[in-house]
Write a protein that binds this ligand. Structure first.
Ligand SMILES: *Cc1c(COP(=O)(O)O)cnc(C)c1O
Length: 461
C-alpha cells in the first residue's frame, strides 16, 4: 500500500496540481504536497484510510485543502456567539468603529507619535493620552504600558524593590495564564507580606505587618472570584488611613477598571477608577482592554510624586506601547468625554448594557431571518438564558438574555458545534443541556448572514 504513494515530482505534473500553481507559489505547493503525502502515509499505516485516497482526484483535492488551510491566517476574525462580552480567548474588547480611521492612519502612515507640531521639536509619546486620563479620572499623572500585568510589575519595581509590600491573603489572585500576585511580586523584586485570612482581613492585620521594611500597601481587585459568607475586607478608604498613619503609599490594582459607574445598568459593585483615587489611593492600575473597551494596555494613574520615578525607570522603555495602541487608546478615551457616547459607541459597554427587550427582539428577528433561508432540517428556537461579562469581571453576575438554539437533523450538538467552530470563519457558540446555543448579545448584525451561510453549507453536506 505504501509503495503506491506517488512521488512528489510525479504529483507536481498532475494537471489539477498545475492549475493550483496559478494561485500559489511553487515552493508552497511542494510543501503542501509533502504534507498531504506524509499525512496519507500516517493514515494508511494507522488503518484509518484505504488506497482510494491515493487516486489522482482525491489526492489533488487534499492538496487544495491543505493549501487553503496553509493560506489562512492563524489570527483571524471569529464570530463570538458565546455571550461572553470580554472573552479572553477571543481577543477581549473589540474596538469602537469610530477608531477605524485613526488606526489606519497611524498604522499605515507617519504620525505625530513623538513630534511636537507646535514647537517643531521632538515630543513625547505619552502626552497623547496622559491629559485625557487625568481629566477622566481626576489623577495628577498617568503612565501607559503594555498591559495591567506590566503596570503592576513596573509600579512594584519602582516603589518596592527589596522592600515589603503588604497585601491581604484574600486578594492573592491568579488571573489566568501566569499572572499571580505572589509571582509577579517575586519577579519585581518586592517582598510579599501576606496578612489576614482568606475570608477575613482587618485593619489591625495591616497595622501589625508594617515595619521599617514596608514600602507599599497594596489592594488587589479579586476580579474573577468572590468570597462569600463570613467575610471582611479593609476598604480602600481604611487602607489609605492606615497608609497615612505610617507615611506609606497605597496602590490599588483595580484589574478591569471602569471609567463609568455601571450600577445604573444592572452591573453594580464595581468602583470607578476615579472613586479609588477619591478614596485617597496614591496609585491605581487597570487594563485597557477589559471594562474600558480599548486596546490591550496597562494604565497607571495617581499622584505625580509616585509616578515620576516610573516615568524615568528603564523598564518603562521595555514595557512601552506602540503607536497603534496609543492611537486607539486615545480614541477610546476621547469617547469617554461624553458618557452616553461611550455607552453607545464602545462595543463592550454597548453589549453589556443591552436591554433585555432589545436582546429578545434581536433573537426573534434573527430566527425569522434564518428560517426564511434555511432548509427544514435546521430547527431554530429562542430560549431564555444568561450572558456573562467575562474578562475576569463580575464573576457572579448572570445577565438575562434571549438565546438562539440551533439543531440540525442527524447532527449532535457536539458535531454541530465542531463544524461551526472549524470553519474558515469560525462560529463559536456553547452547548447547554445537549443543545447548541448562540447569544445575540455578542453577535453583530453582519454575523447573522455569515451564520446563515455556514448553516446552509452544513445542512447541505
Ligand atoms: C486582569 C487583571 C490583571 C492583568 O491584566 P492584563 O491587562 O491582562 O495584563 C491584573 N490584575 C487584576 C486584578 C486583573 O483583574
Amino acid at each position: 500500500m505504501l509503495r503506491n504513494i506517488p512521488k512528489v515530482d510525479k504529483v507536481l505534473e498532475w494537471p489539477g496540481i498545475k492549475t493550483l500553481m496559478e494561485s500559489y507559489p511553487r515552493p508552497v505547493i511542494i510543501t503542501a504536497v509533502r504534507n498531504a503525502l506524509d499525512q496519507l502515509r500516517a493514515e494508511l499505516l494507522a488503518g484509518t484510510a484505504t488506497v482510494e485516497v491515493l487516486a489522482e482526484e482525491a489526492l489533488t483535492g487534499r492538496v487544495a485543502n491543505t493549501l487553503e488551510k496553509m493560506n489562512m491566517p492563524g489570527l483571524r476574525r471569529v464570530i463570538n456567539g458565546t455571550g461572553v462580552v470580554l472573552h479572553t480567548n477571543l481577543g477581549r474588547a473589540p474596538l469602537a468603529e469610530a477608531l477605524h480611521d485613526t488606526m489606519r492612519d497611524t498604522a499605515f502612515g507617519y504620525s505625530t507619535l513623538e513630534f511636537d507640531v507646535e514647537a517643531g521639536k521632538r515630543g513625547s509619546r505619552a502626552v497623547h493620552v496622559e491629559k485625557l486620563l487625568c481629566d477622566l479620572t481626576g489623577a495628577e499623572s498617568a503612565v501607559v504600558v503594555n498591559n495591567n500585568a506590566a503596570a503592576v510589575m513596573l509600579a512594584l519595581c519602582c516603589l518596592a524593590r527589596d522592600k515589603e509590600v503588604v497585601v491581604s491573603r484574600g486578594e492573592l489572585v491568579e488571573i489566568g495564564g501566569s499572572f499571580r500576585i505572589p509571582e509577579v511580586m517575586e519577579q519585581s523584586g518586592a517582598i510579599l507580606r501576606g496578612v489576614g485570612a482568606t475570608n477575613r482581613t482587618h485593619p489591625r492585620d495591616y497595622r501589625a505587618a508594617i515595619t521599617e521594611e514596608t514600602a507599599l500597601l497594596l489592594k488587589v481587585h479579586t476580579s474573577n472570584f468572590a468570597v462569600v459568607g463570613f467575610t471582611t475586607e479593609v476598604s480602600t478608604e481604611e487602607l489609605v488611613g492606615i497608609g497615612r498613619e505610617a507615611s506609606l503609599p497605597v496602590m490599588v490594582d483595580a484589574g478591569s477598571g471602569t471609567l463609568v459607574d455601571l450600577s445604573a445598568y444592572g452591573l453594580s459593585g464595581e468602583k470607578t477608577v476615579r472613586q479609588y483615587l477619591d478614596a485617597g489611593a496614591d496609585l491605581v492600575t487597570f487594563s485597557g482592554d477589559k471594562l474600558l473597551g480599548g486596546p490591550q494596555a496597562g494604565i497607571i494613574v495617581g499622584k505625580r510624586r509616585s509616578l515620576e520615578a516610573m516615568k524615568k525607570h528603564p523598564l518603562l522603555r521595555a514595557l512601552r506601547v506602540d503607536k497603534v495602541t496609543l492611537a486607539t487608546l486615545e480614541g477610546t478615551l476621547r469617547l469617554y468625554r461624553d458618557e452616553q457616547q461611550a455607552l453607545q459607541q464602545i462595543p463592550t459597554l454597548r453589549m453589556m448594557t443591552l436591554p433585555a427587550e432589545e436582546l429578545a427582539s434581536r433573537a426573534r428577528k434573527a430566527v425569522r431571518r434564518m428560517r426564511r433561508t434555511l432548509p427544514a432540517s435546521v430547527s431554530l428556537k429562542t430560549a431564555q438564558g444568561f450572558s456573562q461579562v467575562g474578562g475576569g469581571t463580575f464573576p457572579l453576575l448572570q445577565i438575562p438574555t434571549t438565546l438562539i438554539s440551533v439543531t440540525v437533523d442527524n447532527l449532535s450538538a457536539q458535531q454541530l458545534e465542531q463544524k461551526l467552530r472549524t470553519r474558515a470563519l469560525p462560529i463559536i457558540g456553547r452547548i447547554s443541556q445537549g443543545t447548541f446555543l448562540l447569544d445575540p448579545r455578542t453577535l453583530a448584525d453582519k454575523d447573522i448572514a455569515d451564520i446563515i451561510a455556514a448553516l446552509q453549507s452544513i445542512a447541505a453536506s
